[in-house]
Design a protein around this ligand. Structure first.
Ligand code: MTE
Ligand code: MO
Length: 438
């Protein structure tokens, strides 16, 4: 970009300087520790990892690191979140390796954690006594509701709905984007029980001037300053009134786990996870777009035109992200799987923000040809959808399985990343590497 740069193919760079190559492709993780996937090893090791022959090698793009090598460091452990990769411990951020997301309904211990501040004491103690929800602002009757009020005065609703961080996939941005270096696993699909957001707003009675909501949680700011708020986002009234937007008090049939928002959170499905405020205590109905922390500036926003990787974008061009894009994961197998025999049935989940997934395709030849997968309807709107495909491998050797969802608007997961300055909305297709030992 600036100065004199020597362009080197990534495979070459991997051989010479694996750490630098990692940095180029995957960026740096938030705590600064980015180990070379092939530290001190080089391409010789790559042969060993992928097991020699690569039958469709002629289709491999330069600049594409074999999926076999794209793994993340797994260092710390988090209580109640077995197997998650911890990116950060203050604030706590942890993602789920895709092969641990195979359940149709994501169990408590497998749902990722994205915190901007400190976990409230009430959630740590799992004791909701004294908790209330205030609904105020542009309403006719401000409300103060207890947990009991929520559970008894409104009709309960149970829905499976996916939740994905707007920055999921950021680690693949090049040049790197600041923020949590999520790879693939800042997503999950629990079953939520709660009341309709709309029912709460109707009970308060919206004034004509109401256009947006503002959510407030009980978490503390990392600075320890009690007057500062780590995050306060909201949604346009239309999204809040959608019958799938919930004020949830249960996840998977029990209390919402400490790290996922006990006792109550909003669930605004299909939109960036940040609109699903955890540890909720107040909904402020506004006559303008909410302007709490992480709602303004460039937070959770992308340019309103296509930009080149690394391009500088003026502030005015950033628009608030609404629906998340079509996306999917391969969850039945992880990279490195050894296929005995010549066929393999693979599967996973697909989802599409406010849309739904209508077609699913899988390739084993680097995208040259595609097999149509079997795709299930969602049990309810906003739940992710199960896909499966039987793959037949022509010979033994190294293969990559590429998975691609298409939604009802015709949008399809891209092969490459649509770069944007803050590293949001990476919905490029998921790939895993397998070795066929026929
Ligand atoms: N109060 C509060 N709510 C929050 C956050 C937070 O830091 N504080 N993080 C948001 C973000 S950015 C995401 S992606 C989701 C993550 O939800 P989870 O941690 O339950 O997976 O919570 C959202 N709600
Ligand atoms: Mo997020």
């Amino acid at each position: 970009m600036t100065g004199k740069t020597t362009e080197r193919g990534l495979c070459e760079l991997y051989q010479e300087d694996p750490e630098r190559a990692d940095y180029k492709v995957f960026g740096r993780i938030a705590n600064g520790d980015r180990r070379g996937f092939l530290k001190g090893a080089g391409l010789a090791a790559m042969g060993a990892v992928v097991g020699g022959a690569i039958p469709f090698q002629q289709n491999m793009q330069s600049g594409l690191i074999p999926a076999a090598l794209a793994e993340t460091p797994k260092d710390f452990k988090l209580q109640g979140k077995d197997g998650l990769t911890v990116l950060n411990d203050r604030p706590i951020n942890a993602e789920t390796p895709p092969h641990l997301l195979d359940d149709d309904i994501t169990p408590n211990e497998r749902l990722f954690v994205r915190n901007n501040g400190t976990v409230p004491e009430m959630a740590e103690k799992m004791d909701a006594s004294g908790w209330t929800l205030t609904v105020d602002g542009k309403v006719n009757t401000p409300l103060t509701l207890t947990l009991d009020d929520l559970k008894t005065k409104f009709k309960p609703v149970k829905l499976q709905m996916q939740l994905e961080c707007g920055g999921n996939g950021r680690a693949a941005f090049n040049p790197p984007a600041k923020g949590n270096q999520w790879t693939l696993g800042a997503v999950g699909n629990p079953e939520w029980t709660g009341v309709r957001y709309a029912d709460i707003l109707k009970a308060a009675g919206l004034k004509d001037s109401a256009v947006h909501t503002g959510h407030y949680g009980m978490d503390g700011h990392l600075s320890g300053d009690p007057d500062k708020i780590p995050i306060s986002r909201g949604v346009p009234i239309d999204k809040a009134m959608d019958p799938h937007s919930l004020i949830a008090f249960e996840m998977n049939g029990g209390p919402i786990p400490t790290l996922n928002g006990f006792p109550v959170r909003t669930v605004c499905p299909g939109w960036p996870g940040s609109t699903s405020q955890k540890w909720l205590k107040r909904i402020w109905v506004r006559d303008q777009v909410h302007d709490g922390p992480k709602m303004t500036g460039t937070s959770y926003r992308v340019p309103d035109y296509n930009v080149a990787a690394g391009e500088k974008v003026p502030k005015e061009a950033f628009q608030i992200i609404q629906s998340m894009p079509v996306k999917s994961l391969i969850t039945t197998h992880e990279s490195g799987h050894v296929v005995k025999g010549k066929s393999l049935t693979v599967g996973g989940h697909a989802w599409a923000g406010d849309n739904h997934v209508t077609a699913f395709h899988v390739s084993i030849d680097f995208g040259a040809t595609w097999v149509t997968a079997n795709l299930k309807d969602p049990p309810n709107p906003y739940a992710w959808q199960r896909w499966t495909a039987k793959l037949d491998f022509p010979t033994k050797g190294y293969y990559e399985i590429w998975a691609r969802a298409t939604d009802n608007s015709g949008a399809m997961q891209p092969f490459a990343i649509n770069w944007n300055p803050k590293g949001y909305l990476n919905n490029s297709m998921h790939r895993i590497a397998v070795r066929v030992e026929a």
